[in-house]
Design a protein around this ligand. Structure first.
Ligand code: SF4
Length: 490
């Protein structure tokens, strides 16, 4: 019998779900290939990791070696007591590879794990507790375990990145000590799982925490779409109670079950199959709109490694907007757009263009106002000449999310979601299905690839066309939703 090893990533999978662990080890082919968004996260992660490694003196990089070669060279190089990048260890069926191992006094080592995130998470502590256990088992004496993560307070000077300021090094000795309690028992049980038959595990909140599980489509197939997990702001114990009673569909929730006011509206909508409308509130909302109407939407990027002077890691930078302007109720809206296609800082051209086109009066309709509002505020901070104008723009903004967040309108087809992409198909009779770019995250990825990557001019142009269509669809959706709300309240 070939003994299967428990790697660090599989140990973490085991903490999330035994079935996930088993499939990762025994039937990996069932795990879908990473999508475009995930791929980009990996690429960003690699870039950040490479930069973080420059914090250390020159060492031996083992990252290019294959599995066996790496284990062999690690063993050899440990004696040289040099900084090692990506050394790996396999002992008693446990396998782990360290991002960085640094020799320190008294024949000890410090371990560094590099993450592109901005703070220490529980999962990082578990990761390091497993690593320390494996390295100690392999005979190393570990002094410190550290997490290197991105420091969001770092401000790029526009000339040179300073890794020791861009990153924060957190010593996790104490947390790792705590997380190590029961570790050996957990490892033992995980090894039993991977040696046994595929465990049966019910779906639940663990499918999305700490990560959205790659096997969701597989495990959730056949589960009703209008399920109790989709109750608006569902509490964990509400869902657990309902499922324990064998209730899976929102429509089957008994009247006496304790629900919030919005969840109650949801329940009625799912039972009757009909939309629920608070006519008075929706009418009041619509009456608050003052012509000319400006339907507005922004797109942003937020690079982990700052690209422009004065920006911080993961700071949002607007690069595109769409604006539909409707001067009177009788007129058709006209469309204006902005897309920054250069590899320069997009913020000032964005603000300048928006200021030219937003007029001086009339309601600005946005979906989820806090996003546009805070972005304008943040961006104008860097360009103070725009601050007075931004202060005048903010009171003109109306949030089209309000009627949906307050359940003045709810359709069972929304399945508990109030996002524009869920509301549009039920109220506006259209959707994002035929667009090459149909998600904000994809828009950002493609934009970065087109503007900062190595695309051919033709490929770039094609991405820009898709981006324009996508952003335009967002403001067209706002128009369609308003038309829909008018239709049902007149
Ligand atoms: S989808 Fe849920 S139940 Fe299925 S493997 Fe993932 S975490 Fe486990």
């Amino acid at each position: 019998m070939t003994w299967k090893s428990l790697s660090k990533s599989n140990y973490l999978a085991g903490l999330q779900c035994p079935k996930l662990l088993w499939i990762k080890v025994n039937e990996k082919d069932r795990i879908p290939e990473p999508d475009e968004t995930k791929q980009l996260r990996f690429t960003n992660g690699y870039e950040i990791e490479a930069l973080a490694k420059s914090l250390f003196e020159e060492g031996v990089d083992l990252s290019e070696l294959d599995y066996k070669e790496n284990l062999k060279v690690t063993e050899e190089k440990l004696h040289e007591r040099r900084v090692l990048f990506e050394p790996s260890f396999n002992i008693d069926r446990l396998y782990s590879r360290a991002d960085v191992l640094v020799p320190v006094e008294d024949n000890e080592w410090d371990v560094y794990e590099i993450k592109s995130s901005t703070k220490v998470k529980d999962i990082n502590v578990h990761d390091l507790s497993f690593q320390r256990h494996v390295y100690e088992k392999a005979g190393l004496r570990i002094r410190d375990v550290n997490l290197i993560h991105v420091n969001t307070e770092y401000v790029y000077n526009g000339k040179i990145l300073i890794p020791r300021e861009l990153f924060t090094i957190a010593n996790l000795n104490e947390q790792v000590q705590e997380a190590s309690e029961g570790l050996e028992k957990r490892i033992e049980s995980f090894l039993k799982i991977i040696d046994g038959n595929e465990p049966t595990v019910d779906i639940g909140p663990h499918c999305t925490s700490p990560y959205s599980c790659d096997l969701r489509e597989l495990c959730w197939a056949g589960y009703p779409e209008d399920n109790v997990f989709n109750l608006y702001y569902a509490k964990k114990d509400q869902v657990t109670k309902l499922r324990k009673q064998g209730i899976h569909r929102i429509a089957d929730i008994p009247l006496e079950f304790d629900l919030t006011a919005n969840q109650h509206i949801q329940r009625v909508a799912h039972i009757t199959g009909n939309e629920q409308v608070n006519d008075e509130k929706v009418r009041e909302f619509l009456q608050g709109l003052k012509y000319p109407l400006y339907f507005m939407d922004f797109e942003t990027i937020n690079p982990g490694i700052p690209k422009f002077k004065g920006t911080k890691p993961y700071q949002r930078l607007p690069f595109q907007y769409s604006l539909h302007i409707q001067d009177t109720p009788e007129e058709n809206p006209r469309h204006i757009e902005f897309l920054h296609t250069e590899d320069t800082d997009p913020r000032e051209p964005f603000l300048r263009s928006l200021q030219e086109n937003l007029g001086k009066e009339g309601t600005i309709v946005v979906y989820n106002k806090s996003f546009e509002e805070s972005l304008l505020r943040e961006t104008a901070k860097a360009y103070p000449t725009y601050q007075a104008w931004v202060n005048k723009v903010k009171p003109r903004m109306t949030d089209l999310l309000v009627p949906f967040r307050n359940f003045w309108y709810y359709h069972p087809g929304q399945n508990g979601s109030t996002s524009i992409k869920s509301v549009l198909p039920v109220l506006g009779n259209s959707n994002y299905d035929n667009l090459s770019i149909a998600k904000g995250e994809i828009a950002n990825i493609r934009y970065e690839a087109a503007v900062y990557g190595n695309m051919s001019p033709e490929e770039r142009e094609s991405v820009f066309i898709d981006l324009r269509e996508y952003c335009k669809q967002d403001t067209q959706a706002e128009i369609d939703i308003i038309v829909g709300l008018r239709r049902i309240t007149t």
